[in-house]
Design a protein around this ligand. Structure first.
Ligand code: SF4
Ligand code: SF4
Length: 199
């Protein structure tokens, strides 16, 4: 079990943008809702996007952000939010309404969870299959374990949605698991979404 400190989503009227700025400076994710356009103010780690913030943007499918260069929000990251994503971020704000601070500690135990190994599509990289071949486990690249569609190779999932390598709540190929499994962080929106969906 480990405590992961994750950003809290909060929504703000543009008249109170100073509060949104303070929230983002403290590590939270702020949604500023003007009538015609919405934008996100996000924390920055010395010009770099923090890991859980980057994963939230990946979840939204948002590619670009700007660092605010001047004014009260200088140094924060700003993303204009397309209309199609408004409902999505409002769901996160609603979920987080009970958390008063910009960050919240989530007690997450991956060994007792494994939700992200269920109903998930794990994209394979060339390095993953090279690692398997080197380890004498070339069979992991065969179609018993890998599905190929439109040139993309993904781990096969069983009828109920479990990853083909899941054994109980454990990964059956833990030392050789794909890079995308290694990179996936507990406490990310993908993690919280997987836990909510399977629950
Ligand atoms: S869904 Fe989150 S808590 Fe559960 S196993 Fe995956 S990363 Fe860990
Ligand atoms: S390979 Fe292992 S870590 Fe990755 S999804 Fe499958 S069971 Fe989970």
């Amino acid at each position: 079990m480990s405590d992961v400190l994750r950003p809290v989503w909060r929504t703000y009227d543009p008249r109170f943008e100073a509060n949104a700025i303070a929230h983002a400076r403290a590590g939270g994710h702020a949604v500023v809702r003007a009538e015609a356009r919405w934008w996100l103010l996000l924390p920055s780690d010395e010009g770099m996007i923090p890991e859980l913030t980057a994963w939230a943007m990946l979840d939204l499918g948002v590619g670009g952000f700007d660092e605010v260069e001047s004014g009260p929000a200088a140094g924060l990251l700003k993303v204009m939010l397309p209309k199609r994503l408004r409902e999505h971020v409002m769901d996160w704000c609603e979920r987080d309404a009970e958390h008063p601070a910009p960050l919240v500690a989530e007690a997450l135990d991956c060994r007792a969870c494994a939700m992200c190994c269920r109903k998930n599509r794990v994209l394979l990289e060339a390095d993953d299959e090279a690692r398997w071949a080197e380890a004498g486990r070339a069979e992991l690249s065969t179609e018993a374990f890998v599905r190929e569609s439109n040139g993309r190779r993904t781990l096969r999932v069983l009828r109920g949605g479990d990853c083909v390598h899941l054994v109980g709540n454990d990964c059956g190929i833990y030392a050789l698991r794909p890079d995308n499994c290694r990179a996936f962080p507990a406490g990310s929106e993908g993690c919280l979404g997987a836990r909510a969906e399977v629950r």
